[in-house]
Design a protein around this ligand. Sequence first.
Ligand SMILES: [Fe+2]
Length: 492
Amino acid sequence: MGLDRFPDRSNWFVPDASMQGPFAPIHREIEAHDLEVIGELPDDLNGMYVRNGPSPAHGPHGKYHWFDGDGMLHAVHIQGGKASYRNRYVLTEGLRAEREAGRALWPGLKDRMPEGALPDDAMKNVANTDVVFHNGRLYATWYRGGAAYVMDPFTLATLGKLEHDPRLVGLQISAHSRVDEHTGEFLFFAYGNRPPYMHFGVIGADGALKLLQDVPLPGPRLPHDMGMTENHVILHDFPLINNPAALEAGRYSLEFRQDWPTRYAVIPRAGGAPKWFEFEPRYMLHVANAWEEVNARGETEVVMIGTPYAMPRGYDGSLDVRRLLFTIGTQGTDYEMYQWRMNLATGEAREGVVDDILNTEFPMINMGWQGRKNRYTYNVLMGRPRTLEQPHFAGLVKYDLQTGGAVACHPGEGFWFSEAPFAPRDGAVEEDDGYIVGFVWNGLAERSEVWVHDAKDISAGPLARVIVPQRVPHGFHSCWVRQAQLDAAQAA
Ligand SMILES: [Fe+2]
């Protein structure tokens, strides 16, 4: 008796919203060339758009959460006016074990953890969150922090974990790291449930681990991204935590400590003691950019811009913590563009809204300007959510941080965008001389497409739409790899 009388549920189709429609997993790994294009791909757009996202290979144990699915890379290579597509699973250790077993082995985010196990040990690293290009390889990373998986950029084959240095073994590397195109360095942080709770590391252009240092925090935190300037990184300590008692009991329960500040650590990229700055309590997933400015008194200020959650307030102006946690916990989309300024000479901390009219997230920039004062960011425009846990990425917005202007592209009902990186035009000089490239689910034609916009005028609509030969499930982060980077990787 007991559970044995129930059949194995692992291959059942569980009718969860995050498993249906354009969210539904795909299992075929295909390669297709000379794809149909509506419009014309520009001759000076050469490189590869890669996006990561969940596509669960097996039915879940119980409830499915969108974030649980096995990572799958989708790559669209554009060269000489032609496009090709390829998709491959990130062959993680967990997926390997589940394929062998023929069913799901790990619990998901909505499941109860095994007795006494801390979640970091109990969940499967699905490497489904971000993808970056470094040292001739793609790295697929996970939002909860775990080993980064190294992938071949040409075949998308999984080559193993980013653990070539013993000091990297066991580190829970964050979803979001920063690759500096000017130095070729991979700047990352790792975090977890055990002291010191955070590490900062640098892998050089040659792949060697140059630096790994502790960043002690008062307790376990849920950071997601980091900022980098030419000389510093900015690491995050937000007052959003897993409730410690719930964690002990094997559950997740987000807690927002509005009596705690937001704290940012500014750390020299060469290593050294963090300089901490305190701000209003907030929570942010994604940084748009950070840079250093010298003010009129000759003092250096570190500036960071990103898209934190808007802070919902009650009638009396006080923070509505329940609503904030509901928004965060259900993939609600309510964001604003915001900036923080940290004076390294005086310790002064200032902050303020950049834009709280448009609701945007997933900020992308010209990576040549990363760490330097930039003018433009390209964000996903959030639509009004129709159901819980199904955010609608309704369009794109180009912000001009110099004028405060913004231009949106929003083709109307039925279209669903994805994070869209900036692809510089061959020989580009100006910051916005290039294209915005990203998947769009065309719900009217029921197919996935790649839309290529002229970054100088996204309001004109796409210059070209590449028809992808299979549906690309909604996913998370992406990058653009220039053809020159691919050529260098091929030659190496
Ligand atoms: Fe993210």
